[in-house]
Design a protein around this ligand. Structure first.
Ligand SMILES: NC(=O)C1=CN([C@@H]2O[C@H](COP(=O)(O)OP(=O)(O)OC[C@H]3O[C@@H](n4cnc5c(N)ncnc54)[C@H](O)[C@@H]3O)[C@@H](O)[C@H]2O)C=CC1
Ligand SMILES: O=C(O)[C@H](O)CS(=O)(=O)O
Length: 477
C-alpha cells in the first residue's frame, strides 16, 4: 500500500497495471500549499485502452457472490487502513482529521451495503398470460449490467463518493472507468490498490488521472462507454448530459440548501446542528446548510445561540486533532467566497460572525439582513458561510425555500406535524429532513436531487437500479 509522501509519483491504473506518464501533475497539500505528490496525466490513448479493457473485463464471469466477497473484503481492508486513508484525506482535501476518519468509516459502510445489494439484484414475474392470446406464456424480468460505466467524481468527499460509484457499479456486474478530481486523486488510486488486494478481477476497475475536461471529452467520444455517473458542478453535469446522447446519465449536482427553524422548534438543538452542518469540510458539502429561514419571533434568540456555538469552532491545520474547519480546496475558492460575502455586505447584509480570510482558510461566517437575490443566497456558496433570514408564515417560507434553481435536500425544525407534512408535500427537493439540518445523509438512503441538483439516485440499492437494465424474458410454453 502506498503512502502519500512528498515526491511520490502515481501512475494510471489500466488493466491491472500501473502506468506512469511522461507528463505529471502536482497534487498540493491544501493547508500549506506545498507539492506533496505527482499524478500521471492520461492522454487519449490511455482513455481508450482503459475503456477497451473495461469492455473486455465485463465479459468475464463475476458472480454476485464473488462480487459480494470482493466488496466485503475491500470494506474490511478500508477499515484496517482507516488512519492511513484519513491522513491522506487531511492532506489532499484539507479535511480535518476527525472528519476524515468519519468519511473513511462511511466509505467502508458504502462498500458493505453495495456488497449486500449484490446478492439482492432481482427482477419480477410479469403476468403476460393475463393478455388474451398469451394464455400459454409466462414471463419474468432480470436485471443485467449496463456494461462500461464512466464514473467522474468531485474533490470534496473523494473516498466515500468514489465508493458510492464503484461499489454499486461493481455489485451490479459492471466495469468502471474512474476519473477522480484532479486536486484530490490520491485516495482513489489507493482505493484501486485496495480493490486489487481484495481480489477484484483485472480490468473491472480502471483509474485515469489528469485533466478533467480532456479526459471527460475522450470518455464522451468513446462509444464503448455505456453510462456516465457524475457528481460535481451543474455546469459540467449539464455538459456531460448534452454530449452523452442516448446513453444513461446519472447526475449528482450542486445545491444552495435551505433549513427552516420554526417558532415551535427546539432552538438549542437547531442551533447546534446548524452550527455543525453549515461548516463541515469548510462548507464544501453539497447539502451544507447555506440558507437558514428562522420564524421572526425566535430570530434574536436563535442568532445568539448560533453565534455562541459557531464561535467555538477551531479553524486551522487539518491534521491537528482539535481542528474543526480546515482550508478550502484552493486559495482562489476562499477569495471567491470572500468576494461574495463582501458583495453581500455592500448590498446591505451584516456579518454577525467571521468574514475573514487567511490564505485558503475562511472563517465560519454568519450573515444576517440578507435578501434572496444576493449571491450568497441565490447561488451555491460551497464554502463556510451561512445566511440567516426571517419569515412570518409557513406558506411564505416554503415559497422562499422553493425559490431556487436547486433541489437536493432541505431541513425543517418544527414540532408541528401538520407543518412537517405540508412541507414534505410542497418543498421541491429530493429529501426533506425534519428536526435536523439539510446536511443529513446515511449511505443506504436514496440520495439525489431535482431541478439543477441533478437526476438519478445514489445509495447502493438505488444506484444499482440506474446501473442495470431491466430485460424481460417471455416463455412460450
Ligand atoms: N450532489 C452531490 O452529491 C454533490 C455535488 N457536488 C457538487 O460538485 C461541485 C464541486 O465539485 P468540483 O470537483 O469542483 O466540481 P467539477 O464539476 O468542477 O468537477 C467534478 C469532476 O468533473 C471533472 N470534469 C471537469 N470538467 C469536465 C468535463 N468537461 N467533462 C467531464 N468531466 C469534467 C473534474 O475533473 C472532476 O473530476 C459543487 O457544485 C458541488 O455542489 C459535490 C459533491 C457532492
Ligand atoms: O454531497 C456531498 O457533498 C456529499 O454527498 C455529502 S456526504 O455524502 O458527504 O454526506
Amino acid at each position: 500500500m502506498t503512502t502519500l509522501t512528498t515526491g511520490k509519483q502515481y501512475g494510471l491504473y489500466i488493466n491491472g497495471k500501473w502506468e506512469q506518464t511522461a507528463e505529471m501533475m502536482e497534487v498540493l497539500n491544501k493547508y500549506n500549499q506545498e507539492v506533496t505528490a505527482h499524478i500521471s496525466v492520461a492522454e487519449k490513448e490511455h482513455v481508450d485502452a482503459a475503456v477497451q479493457g473495461a469492455k473486455e473485463a465485463v465479459k468475464a464471469p463475476f458472480s454476485p457472490y464473488a462480487r459480494y466477497e470482493v466488496l466485503m473484503k475491500a470494506a474490511q481492508l478500508l477499515v484496517e487502513r482507516c488512519e492511513e486513508f484519513a491522513q491522506v484525506l487531511a492532506l489532499e482535501v484539507g479535511k480535518p482529521i476527525r472528519e476524515s476518519r468519519g468519511e473513511i468509516e462511511r466509505a467502508a459502510q458504502t462498500l458493505v451495503i453495495s456488497a449486500e445489494e449484490a446478492k439482492r439484484i432481482h427482477g419480477e414475474g410479469i403476468p403476460v398470460e393475463a393478455a388474451p392470446g398469451s394464455e400459454n406464456r409466462m414471463a419474468f424480468t432480470v436485471r443485467v449490467p449496463v456494461g462500461v460505466i464512466a464514473a467522474i467524481t468531485p474533490f470534496n468527499v473523494p473516498v466515500n463518493l468514489v465508493c458510492h460509484k464503484i461499489g454499486p457499479a461493481l455489485a451490479a456486474g459492471n466495469s468502471v472507468v474512474l476519473k477522480p478530481a484532479e486536486v484530490t486523486p490520491i485516495c482513489a488510486l489507493m482505493l484501486a490498490e485496495l480493490m486489487e488486494e481484495a481480489g477484484l478481477p483485472k480490468g473491472r476497475l480502471q483509474v485515469l488521472t489528469g485533466d478533467g475536461a480532456k479526459i471527460g471529452e475522450w470518455l464522451l467520444e468513446n462509444k464503448d462507454v455505456n453510462m456516465f455517473t457524475f457528481t460535481g458542478s451543474p455546469r459540467v453535469g449539464e455538459y456531460i448530459r448534452s454530449k452523452a446522447g442516448l446513453r444513461k446519465v446519472a447526475l449528482e449536482l450542486g445545491n444552495n440548501s435551505a433549513t427552516i427553524v420554526h417558532n415551535d422548534a427546539n432552538i438549542e438543538q437547531a442551533a447546534s446542528l446548524i452550527a455543525q452542518k453549515s461548516f463541515n469540510n469548510a462548507g464544501q458539502v453539497c447539502i451544507s446548510v447555506q440558507r437558514v429561514y428562522v420564524q421572526e419571533d425566535i430570530f434574536a434568540s436563535f442568532i445568539a445561540l448560533l453565534k455562541q456555538k459557531t464561535e467555538k469552532l477551531v479553524v486551522g491545520d487539518p491534521s491537528d486533532e482539535s481542528t474543526d474547519i480546515g482550508p478550502m480546496i484552493r486559495i482562489g475558492e476562499a477569495e471567491r467566497v470572500e468576494s461574495w460575502v463582501n458583495e453581500a455586505v455592500e448590498q446591505g447584509a451584516t456579518i454577525a460572525l467571521g468574514g475573514k480570510r487567511n490564505g485558503a482558510l475562511y472563517e465560519p461566517t454568519i450573515l444576517t439582513h440578507v435578501n434572496d437575490d444576493m449571491k450568497v443566497c441565490r447561488q451555491e456558496v460551497f464554502g463556510p458561510v451561512v445566511s440567516v433570514a426571517t419569515y412570518k408564515e409557513k406558506d411564505e417560507v416554503i415559497a422562499k425555500v422553493n425559490d431556487s434553481d436547486y433541489g437536493l435536500q432541505a431541513g425543517l425544525f418544527t414540532n408541528d406535524l401538520q407543518f412537517a407534512m405540508k412541507a414534505s408535500r410542497e418543498i421541491e427537493v429530493g429529501g426533506l429532513i425534519v428536526n435536523d439540518a439539510s446536511a443529513y445523509r446515511v449511505d443506504h438512503m436514496p440520495y439525489g436531487g431535482v431541478k439543477n441538483s441533478g437526476n438519478g439516485k445514489e445509495g447502493p440499492k438505488y444506484a444499482i437500479e440506474e446501473m442495470t437494465e431491466e430485460r424481460i424474458i417471455v416463455l412460450n410454453l
